[in-house]
Ligand binder design. Structure first.
Ligand SMILES: [Zn+2]
Length: 381
């Protein structure tokens, strides 16, 4: 006999109390709940498609111990995340392949490794210019080739789902075509693209902008610029780092309106010091400092190098900064991400038959505060 677990909460769809029955890791039934309503909410658990490390653990090192990777997953689960794409940034070929291979082993072998639903490779085929390059090491920025992608994919045991590149880099367009044909999602980021470069990337198969508004020059032409062109391109969804540091609230509000509620994706872009005490940490080839005000910066240049954000805090900020209500913000951190990375099983929002990736949380409508109580991982297969 199959055992049934039950979880109750208010539904973000209509605010009514529901009871969800879970069997074999799937939602077996969703029933209206009679009697006194619970004070907390229930929703699909979140998906973070851009995370470079967490809880002091670096996803950009081939040498990160497996038990540290397991611990970093548990800490993220406590923030409402059930699935994530560990993200490997620009580095030497050996460092990228070694990091991917170490992460692929974790995905295959760790008891909670199934939280890794694939990998995001951000770089190394990005702009070498100050500004668009962000914190990525300039000496490792290079031209794109389908052959290097194939070697990354081999190291990742076929797990790469998302690649961020700059379409103006030599070899980018044929590499986008090659990856899109292989079913990999391609995003524009860390780029100094012209309008034509952006259209060529879309024609070749790009469907997303990575952390729109970041990885950019401090000053750009007021109208003709790569942020406006990407905002205007309906073919592109946009990832947004909503920590209140990378993007001002007004930019988040405008970007959500420009893209539409179904095409914004909440990401953390968390770096290894996220959820740690202030101090000095390592992030791939980089040395970074987490400051008291929750900024993570390169120790040499002071440039932002990822965030200290968690998805629960991002959810709160997205509600505060944009026109999205709780349901809209939850969708940005769940189904919008699933649709973009072709994670079909997670495209539903509280539907019978969905994997029971669920989170229970308190939500204070007056302050917009979110407190995660419990996160469940269901069966994706
Ligand atoms: Zn980036």
């Amino acid at each position: 006999m199959q055992s049934t677990t039950k979880r109750q909460g208010l539904s973000p769809i209509d605010g009514r109390p529901i009871e969800i029955h879970v069997e074999s890791g799937r939602i077996a039934a969703i029933e209206p709940l009679a009697g006194p309503a619970p004070a907390h909410w229930i929703a699909p658990a979140m998906i973070d498609i851009q995370v470079n490390g967490f809880a002091g653990v670096d996803y950009n090192s081939p040498d990160t111990p497996q038990e540290d990777l397991a611990r970093s997953i548990d800490v993220q689960i406590a923030t409402g995340v059930a699935r994530l794409l560990p993200t490997v940034i620009t580095g030497s070929h050996e460092n990228i392949c070694g990091s991917l291979s170490n992460l692929a082993r974790a995905r295959r072998d760790l008891p909670n490794g199934e939280a890794f639903v694939g990998f995001h490779v951000e770089g190394p085929w990005i702009s070498p210019l100050d500004g668009p390059r962000g914190a990525h090491p300039v000496q490792h920025c290079r031209a794109a080739t389908p052959e290097e992608f194939d070697r990354f994919q081999e190291a990742a045991e076929g797990g790469i789902r998302l690649v961020t590149l700059a379409p103006e880099v030599a070899g980018a367009i044929p590499t986008i075509e090659h990856m899109a044909k292989a079913g990999v999602v391609v995003a524009i980021g860390h780029s100094n693209a012209s309008e034509a470069d952006i259209h060529n990337a879309i024609a070749a198969g790009a469907t997303m902008s990575t952390h729109l508004g970041n990885g950019a020059h401090q000053i750009i032409p007021r109208h003709a610029n790569y942020i406006t062109w990407q905002m205007a391109a309906d073919e592109l969804s946009a990832g947004l780092i909503v920590d209140g540091i990378h993007l001002p609230p007004a930019f988040v509000k405008v970007a959500v309106r420009a893209k539409g509620a179904n095409h914004v994706i909440l990401v953390t872009d968390a770096a290894p010091p996220a959820s740690c005490a202030p101090g000095i940490y390592h992030f791939g080839h980089l040395e970074v400092a987490l400051t008291e005000d929750q900024c993570i910066r390169l120790t040499d240049s002071g440039r932002l190098a990822g965030s200290a954000l968690s998805m629960d805090r991002g959810l709160e900020n997205l509600i505060r900064f944009s026109d999205l209500d709780l349901l809209g913000a939850l969708r940005a951190g769940t189904v919008n991400a699933a649709r973009e990375i072709h994670l079909k099983a997670r495209e539903g929002f509280l539907q019978v038959g969905d994997p029971a990736d669920l989170m229970l949380f308190d939500y204070d409508q007056a302050s917009g505060g979110v407190t995660i109580r419990e996160t469940l991982l269901g069966d994706l297969n």
